[in-house]
Design a protein around this ligand. Structure first.
Ligand code: BGC
Length: 247
């Protein structure tokens, strides 16, 4: 069985599970540890080590490891820090996590990882054309796929809206921070999707993140010129995509 450990690092939680990469199936329950504050490289590397140790009875502490990281990541190096400690910028995350685990670790952008999983095993399976996958969480993450091929490190959440990143306005965290009704928040997501439409004219947009588990609260308000669907892998997309990136 082709198993890799997938680790998904988010603004509030760091989650992991061993994944059968050919099917996207988790072979053990996901394990979560809150993201440390401040989320420095040292503190996060320690949590990555704890997550790996948690599954040592299954993985034997060996085998591929992939990390989905909430920033621009090129060749393992972090190039932005919107929702993590600023000291991450310029850090080789792949080397830092590899040193913590004592074996190679692959690091990719979290939304790219979630998109990869969604395109292989979820709502994007078999879909050609221009597909955009969005994760609405602490920030807004984006994955862009042309005929199934990923264009990495798109940052739709950082399109400018009223003088700041649109993720401040329309991420799931904006709803709690500003105590918005589902209706008002969904309308903000609609405005964001209009920007995406003006720039990219996608064929399909897949909306994921924690809010994709409660579509009845908001999804009926979303009305777009392109096809828009809810992600089907919900919480697991990041972990599965991280594992896929490792093999
Ligand atoms: C980051 C992205 C990330 C997204 C979701 C944004 O603030 O810039 O790289 O994918 O949050 O975590």
């Amino acid at each position: 069985m082709d198993v890799a450990l997938g680790i998904d690092i988010g603004g509030t939680g760091m989650k992991a599970a061993p994944v059968e990469v050919s099917t996207g199936r988790l072979i053990a329950d996901r394990f979560r540890i809150p993201t440390p504050t401040p989320s420095t490289p040292e503190a996060m590397a320690e949590v990555v080590r704890e997550l790996d140790l948690h599954f040592a009875d299954i993985t034997g502490g060996t085998g591929p490891v992939g990390v989905a990281f909430p920033a621009v990541v090129r060749s393992g190096v972090v190039h932005s820090a919107a929702n993590i400690d600023p000291s991450w910028v310029g850090v080789d995350a792949a080397s830092a996590f590899s040193a913590a685990l004592g074996r190679p670790v692959v690091v990719v952008n979290d939304a790219d990882a979630a998109g990869l999983a969604e395109m292989s095993f979820g709502a994007g399976r078999g879909r050609d054309g221009l597909v955009v996958t969005l994760t609405l969480g602490t920030g807004i993450g984006s994955g862009m796929f042309m005929d199934g091929a990923l264009v990495p490190n798109t940052e739709f959440g950082h399109l400018e809206f009223r003088g700041e990143s649109v993720e401040r306005y329309a991420a799931a965290s904006a709803r709690s921070r500003e105590d918005l009704s589902w209706r008002d928040w969904a309308d903000r997501v609609g405005e964001f999707l209009e920007m995406v439409d003006r720039l990219f004219s996608p064929d399909l947009v897949i909306l994921g993140g924690g809010v994709s588990r409660k579509p009845e609260k908001w999804f009926h308000r979303i009305d777009t010129r392109f096809e828009t669907v809810i992600a089907t892998m919900a919480n697991h997309a990041g972990v599965v995509g991280a594992a896929m990136a490792a093999v």
